[in-house]
Design a protein around this ligand. Structure first.
Ligand code: HEC
Ligand code: HEC
Length: 184
């Protein structure tokens, strides 16, 4: 009888203990909900916005994992950046590198960044956002004529051609409008 009582107490302790842990965890998640629902942190660094928004949309650092930014943001890589010279002086490179690394996908709890971090956790780090599996999957049904064959888009890399609130970090389906194909 005594043994039974003790084991019941132990069992109860285990049960309530683990329940408390579960409650704590879901409370943590509940507290983070606004972060998880907000899609992506917009670009806040002025230098990044200016230098990395000169030729194309200033991609939010949260769109790639840190290991991708580490590959993209060296003098050597920037000298031949997708066929263009996008090299920076030492001081600017350091500021942009530090900013990108601090805000990379895996550093963020925001929805899109979480998905991108998970999607790139294994394998070679992608050099393009458009090569991230999650991003590829979201676009593979769009016919090529609406992207490359579309003078107002030209490349899937031009996020803001279709995502009307891309600069605010919003990529939700409801905010998409493909130029020349408004009904897509
Ligand atoms: C001199 C012009 C130029 C500058 C400056 C520049 N880029 Fe690019 N970038 C390009 C071109 C061209 C591409 C390829 C676009 C394409 O394939 O449609 C590209 C592509 C990219 C891609 C891949 C996009 C994709 O396809 O997913 C990333 C990421 C990127 N740039 C980041 C940066 C960052 C960060 C900076 C600032 C350090 C920067 N770029 C500055 C010209 C530039
Ligand atoms: C040709 C227009 C076009 C371009 C360019 C484009 N997208 Fe999209 N994107 C779409 C469409 C359309 C959808 C909705 C797909 C669907 O039906 O779920 C989408 C979906 C997404 C989603 C998922 C949204 C959701 O609610 O699930 C993300 C994230 C996204 N795009 C990011 C990007 C990024 C980042 C870029 C640039 C590197 C980009 N897109 C370039 C058209 C585009």
């Amino acid at each position: 009888m005594k043994i039974k009582l003790i084991s019941a107490a132990v069992l109860a302790g285990l049960l309530f203990g683990s329940q408390a842990a579960v409650a704590e965890e879901s409370l943590l998640w509940a507290l983070m909900t606004p972060l998880r629902q907000k899609e992506l942190v917009p670009v806040e660094n002025k230098l990044y916005k200016q230098e990395c928004g000169a030729c194309h949309f200033a991609y939010q650092p949260g769109l790639l994992p840190g290991k991708s930014w580490q590959k993209l943001l060296t003098h050597e890589a920037l000298l031949d950046h997708f066929g263009e010279d996008a090299d920076l002086d030492q001081e600017s490179l350091k500021e942009i590198y530090d900013y990108a690394l601090a805000n990379a996908a895996e550093k963020s709890y925001h929805k899109r960044s979480r998905k991108i971090a998970i999607s790139t956790a294994e394998g070679e780090p992608p050099l393009r956002i458009t090569e991230v599996r999650y991003i590829k999957r979201k676009h593979h049904e769009i016919p090529d004529k609406m992207i490359r064959g579309n003078k107002k888009v030209k490349s899937l890399s031009n996020c803001n051609a279709c995502h009307t609130q891309a600069a605010e970090g919003v990529f939700d389906e409801d905010t998409v409008s493909i130029p020349n194909y408004p009904k897509y």
